[in-house]
Design a protein around this ligand. Structure first.
Ligand code: NAD
Ligand code: 6OD
Length: 488
């Protein structure tokens, strides 16, 4: 049977062209073809952006705030009605365990629409009464308008969660969107087109174009002159390229980029929690979360015990088919990404690492032999100059290194071009606040990892990004805030 086709969703429906180039969407579980995807040409991208522009002044722009938010609630309901379809699509594209996608990715996709619909209705405007020399005064108040057509460029690691984390606030603020999901994970973005259409979202409000980055769909989209703002999540180098594109026409950009996140484990921590938390922060989603810990610094008196317990806990993780019971970790996203991760496993050996556990490819039997599997891996003994310590690997691996003082721990954590997230493990309240304040990151967790309140700001310092999204911070990015000054 020929594999099914994944089509671009433009102006309210799926579009196919006989001249479209096709690319394979392969499952990282076993290498089988999930679907053949139509790559959007420059003409298709232009059609999507023009449809989005037209919808701004059409039925979408004429909706009241309540009507718009009601539609977003209907989208959330529609995602939940088709939960199993989204779950199956996300698992086939990414190979992530059913338990993870079921508990996190798909529910968060629906929640994103509800939370931003609620938030936009609850957001007050600013009011500034002003004195004037004639004594009569003036009043200033702010008015929020949509920015216009927003290009949403998203990565493959949490495809549905991260795309909807941008699409939902953009629509809540009255914008229209053209989304370009990663070429590795096109399926849930396409399914969302069906949900939007069935929920009655007007044509042109949500469009999806599939394809690659440079010289392909991503670049056609970010360079399109009718795109008013770009929101991007992905690698730092890609962020730089997209920033250059956004400079033409002075378009606003939000960029959530890479990380090389540290965990600081102090001797006064609750060791059980620190070990369990580090297993989660290093190996969740096979290490493919931008917030994952790849550098672990442990205070010397507990170093040996921590490493032994981390090794034991890591070796208890079960790798296997995402739909099998009791599975903790799936494969990497692709054979290409596995090559990259394994190249760092080689660099670690060459740089003199002690391999505490892992370091290779697991044998999971013939059914999974075509998949992108690697072993969860822990190293010690590398110099801080090693590329394994300096560069983002984005795989199930971490290096553990001892430290002697709090100042040294902070210095080591901050010694990175990145500044996304840090975890501090300590039971000392003063130390927790002191260290969290000194770390140069956008997100500092203490005694937990990836605990999310969707009202909080999310983003990175240094080369981990520009701007903040989340709650009110998203609404500020997706709105043009105008000041109205009235002389009384
Ligand atoms: P990537 O940068 O390779 O691709 C992301 C998206 O950008 C894809 O849709 C891709 O097709 C598109 N793209 C690539 N080049 C482009 C170009 N020149 N113009 C327009 N679009 C282009 O990232 P990835 O490999 O998909 O994702 C992994 C990376 O994402 C890691 O670095 C990870 O840290 C980062 N990430 C960051 C966050 C965060 O919130 N900070 C969240 C998730 C992932
Ligand atoms: O939880 C979120 O809102 C979020 N933006 C997570 C990002 C994870 C990165 O891989």
């Amino acid at each position: 049977m020929a594999p099914r086709r994944t089509l671009n969703f433009i102006d309210g429906d799926f579009r196919t062209t006989s001249s479209a180039r096709l690319f394979e969407n392969r499952s990282p579980i076993d290498g089988r073809i999930v679907s053949m995807v139509e790559e959007a040409s420059a003409e298709m991208v232009d059609r999507a952006v023009r449809a989005a522009k037209a919808a701004l002044d059409g039925p979408w722009g004429r909706l009241s705030l309540k009507e718009r938010c009601d539609l977003l609630f209907a989208v959330a309901d529609g995602i939940e009605r088709r939960f199993d379809d989204f779950l199956a699509a996300e698992i086939a594209d990414t190979g992530k365990p059913d338990v993870l996608a079921r508990a996190v990715d798909i529910p968060r996709g629906a929640a994103n629409f509800r939370i931003f619909a609620d938030l936009v209705r609850a957001t007050p405007e600013h009011y500034f009464p002003q004195d004037t020399p004639d004594g009569a005064g003036a009043i200033n108040y702010t008015v929020r308008k949509p920015k216009g057509v927003v290009a949403v460029i998203s990565p493959w690691n949490l495809p549905f969660l991260l795309m909807t984390w941008k699409v939902a606030p953009a629509l809540a603020c009255g914008n229209t969107v053209v989304a370009k999901p990663s070429e590795e994970t096109p399926s849930t973005a396409a399914l969302l087109g069906e949900v939007m259409r069935d929920a009655g979202v007007p044509a042109g409000v949500y469009n999806v174009v599939h394809g690659f980055g440079p010289n392909s769909t991503g670049e056609f989209l970010t360079r399109h002159p009718l795109v008013d703002a770009i929101t991007f999540t992905g690698e730092t180098r890609t962020g730089e390229a997209i920033m250059k594109a956004s400079a033409v026409g002075v378009r606003d950009i939000s960029a959530e980029l890479g990380g090389k996140n540290a965990a600081l484990v102090f001797a006064d921590c609750d060791l059980d929690k620190a070990v369990a938390g580090t297993v989660r922060s290093a190996f969740t989603n096979c290490g493919q979360v931008c917030l994952c810990t790849e550098r672990v610094y442990v205070e010397r008196p507990i170093f040996d015990e921590f490493v032994a317990r981390l090794k034991a806990a890591t070796e208890k993780l079960t790798q296997g088919h995402p739909n099998a019971a009791g599975v903790d970790t799936g494969p990497l996203i692709s054979a290409g990404h596995r090559e990259k991760v394994l190249s760092y496993y080689e660099i670690a050996k060459a740089d003199g690492a002690r391999v505490v556990t892992g370091g290779g490819i697991p044998d999971l039997g013939p059914d999974l032999a075509g998949g992108a599997w690697v072993e969860p891996t822990i190293w010690t003994g590398l110099p801080e100059t090693s590329r394994v310590i300096r560069e983002e690997i984005f795989g199930p691996c971490c290096h553990v290194q001892p430290f002697d003082t709090e100042d040294e721990a902070v210095r080591l954590a901050n010694d990175s071009q990145y500044g996304l997230a840090t975890v501090v493990w300590t039971e000392n309240l003063s130390r927790a606040h002191r260290v969290a304040a000194k770390i140069d990151v956008g997100i500092a967790w203490v005694n937990t990892w990836n605990l999310r309140d969707l009202r909080t700001p999310f983003g990175g310092a240094k080369q981990s990004g520009i701007g903040r999204e989340g709650g009110q911070f998203s609404l500020d990015f997706y709105s043009e805030i105008k000041n109205v000054c009235i002389k009384l």
